[in-house]
Design a protein around this ligand. Structure first.
Ligand code: MG
Ligand code: ZN
Length: 370
């Protein structure tokens, strides 16, 4: 090949490359426009526990090379370290994201100087938001608890349950009913809550049909099983039913959704477990995006509290949608995790920042409107 031929070949490759970039940008149509008006934005904050880049990669390739995260316009990176540990647990990182302060591993809603913290959910309440929490673990587990509890140990499930019982969250959905009605102190918090206007239900139909503005849905008495072993109802049905309630009110809302068990798959070094939990999460994220697309005043932020398993993707087959990889730990790793955002004020979430900045950015989004 002489010089001219080489040049022609090279320029052909360049133009194919440019053409494919052009196709991609047409496909995604960024930037999207949202009605940023005088209304306070709704917030859907979605946490994939233990969902690092490798978990997302594995889930995407094994789902026909597709995930709803690809629809989200802005991406940032979050540094997950705890107050005095490089590798965080879900209590410290949940507290960092929910309350904006780094703390010790194991601690929920209390900072390193032993001060009780206000969560973004509670801040939204002061702005007259409706609020909701959804988890595929028990509702007293570290991640959801970071939004309503202040405890020195994440294992104090009975204390955490008691704090939820006295909280004013409008809707909550998750497992762990036994921490409310099978307690060592013999109190029946379900009865206590029902005596004060809460409605507590045990299936999706009753959750949907109830018109109560204070409603709890216990999906399981203990921790819910994994998706592939039959956990029901699906996360997207719960998210859709909850959004249906929230949208019917005149008030703005804050909703936190946790795909809790991506983390448990990581601890088990079980890639199929991670993938099935991720796929369910991806469908639920799609439900949130479809809601935001119509509503035009809903900010969605999707991130993880940390990576679990130190997973690396090593092999796979695109045509067969198969992926395999190796784990380097049965614990968490210290890798940064991605933050995806969509909707009004989503541009606030680009860049590299501490996980505590997520709280500040969410607060900022609420405070854009006076
Ligand atoms: Mg969790
Ligand atoms: Zn974990």
């Amino acid at each position: 090949m002489n010089y001219l031929h080489k040049f022609k070949f090279f320029s052909l490759r360049i133009s194919i490359f440019l053409f494919s970039i052009n196709l991609l940008s047409q496909d995604q149509q960024y930037p999207k426009s949202f009605n940023i008006d005088k209304k306070l934005p709704n917030i859907i904050f979605m946490i994939g526990d233990g969902m690092g880049l490798s978990q997302i990669t594995a889930g995407t390739y094994s789902n026909g090379n597709n995930s709803s995260l690809e629809e989200m316009e802005f991406v940032g990176l979050s540094k997950t370290h705890a107050h005095n540990r490089l590798v965080t647990d879900s209590a410290a990182s949940g507290t960092a994201m929910a309350c904006g302060e780094k703390t010790f591993n194991g601690v929920i809603g209390i900072d390193s100087k032993n001060r009780k913290l206000e969560s973004i959910l509670e801040y939204c309440m002061t702005k007259d938001y409706n609020t909701a929490l959804i988890a595929t673990s028990s509702i007293v587990h570290a991640t959801p608890a970071s939004f309503y509890a202040n405890v020195v140990s994440r294992r104090k499930y009975e204390d955490i349950a008691l704090q939820l019982r006295f909280h004013d969250i409008n809707y909550f959905v998750g497992g762990g009913q036994k921490h409310f009605n099978g307690r060592e102190d013999k109190r029946n918090l379900i009865k206590e809550m029902e005596g004060e206007g809460y409605k507590i239900v045990n299936n999706l139909n009753n959750f949907k049909s109830s018109t109560s503005k204070k409603l709890g849905f216990f999906t399981y008495s203990d921790e819910p099983p994994q998706k592939s072993l039959g956990r029901k109802p699906s996360l997207e049905l719960i998210v859709e039913a909850t959004l249906e309630k929230l949208k019917d009110d005149k008030k703005p809302f804050f909703l936190m959704v946790e795909a809790s068990q991506i983390d448990w798959g990581g601890h088990a070094n079980d890639l199929p477990y991670i993938i099935s939990e991720f796929k369910e999460f991806s469908v639920a994220i799609n439900s949130a995006i479809r809601f935001s697309e119509l509503d035009k005043n809903t900010l969605i932020v999707v991130t993880a509290d940390h990576e679990t398993g130190g997973l690396a993707i090593k092999k796979g087959n695109l045509k067969k949608s198969s992926v395999s990889g190796d784990f380097t730990t049965i614990g968490h790793s210290g890798s940064m995790v991605p933050v995806f955002s969509y909707g009004p004020y989503s541009e606030l979430f680009t860049g590299i920042y501490d996980n505590t900045a997520i709280f500040k950015k969410l607060k900022n989004a609420v405070n854009q409107v006076n």
